[in-house]
Write a protein of this length. Structure first.
Lengths: 117, 144
């Protein structure tokens, strides 16, 4: 499933990377600890987090993640948004929290993508 | 291919810039058309070493040596040093401040992430002087 398909279903806001929404999402990883993401997230996954500072872009870029979803209505700092554009990272937002978003994602793409990615 | 050397400064306490050196090196590695999985391993290890300098030290440098067989990364810092390296290697152990933790750093996974993503890791540390980390990731490791 592409990022665009997911956005259509779940109505997220696009903060950056609007031209990259055709990227496939291979799975989902939810965490607010950067080293946890560095250690355990896998290439092509969508990262769900409440962190909004610029360093999330470095993490997503270094790990080749598909996109970042900022939850709880969080807005990225301006330098975060600029870094996302510069590094070609898709940056998304949702007013709902991690639990709701992960539940909806699970319903939408299931666990198959996650174990096979 | 001759050995290529790159050097990047790292500023202690500058969390906004943390990851900058690692991102630059990753861009260089991407141009060498290496296995993306190997590049990601190196990227994780570099990032964690860089963040350690930002979180704990005053300043440091990252030197990267690229040869056909391996990528060697040496991160040196001027800082407080690590009193107990064995303890620091344990997953979950961290001396990071609350402010740093709120940003999602300081999970106590940095050094174990480095270990998992490198083929060789050496840490030397002197209290009140600084720390040197040298790590090697082989390019033609199994599964590559």
């Amino acid at each position: 499933m592409t990022i665009e398909n997911i956005i259509k279903e779940l109505g997220w806001e696009v903060f950056a990377g609007a031209s990259l929404l055709q990227k496939p999402v291979k799975g989902v990883y939810a965490s607010d600890l950067l080293s946890d993401v560095m250690g355990r997230a896998r290439e092509g996954e969508l990262w769900v987090t409440m962190q909004t500072h610029k360093n999330i872009i470095a993490v997503a870029s270094l790990k080749d993640l598909a996109a970042i979803l900022i939850v709880n209505g969080g807005r990225p700092d301006e330098d975060t948004r600029q870094a996302a554009d510069a590094e070609n990272i898709v940056l998304l937002g949702s007013n709902a929290g991690t639990y709701i978003n992960c539940g909806l994602l699970y319903k939408l793409i299931g666990a198959d993508a996650m174990v096979s990615s | 291919m001759k050995e290529m050397t790159y050097e990047f400064p790292i500023e202690g306490g500058d969390f906004i810039k943390a990851g900058h050196a690692s991102s630059n090196v990753k861009k260089i590695l991407n141009q060498l058309s290496l296995d993306p999985a190997i590049i990601r391993r190196i990227a994780v290890a570099m990032y964690e070493a860089e963040v350690n300098v930002v979180a704990h030290a005053y300043r440091g440098t990252m030197k990267v040596f690229i040869s056909p067989a391996a990528i060697r990364v040496r991160v040196e810092d001027e800082g407080p040093g690590i009193p107990d390296i064995e303890k620091a290697m344990q997953e979950g152990y961290s001396t990071a401040s609350d402010k740093v933790r709120e940003m999602g750093f300081g999970a106590g996974m940095g050094l174990s992430n480095i270990k998992k993503n490198t083929d060789k890791l050496e840490i030397q540390s002197k209290i009140n002087q600084g720390t040197v980390i040298e790590m090697i990731t082989r390019i033609k490791s199994k599964g590559a």
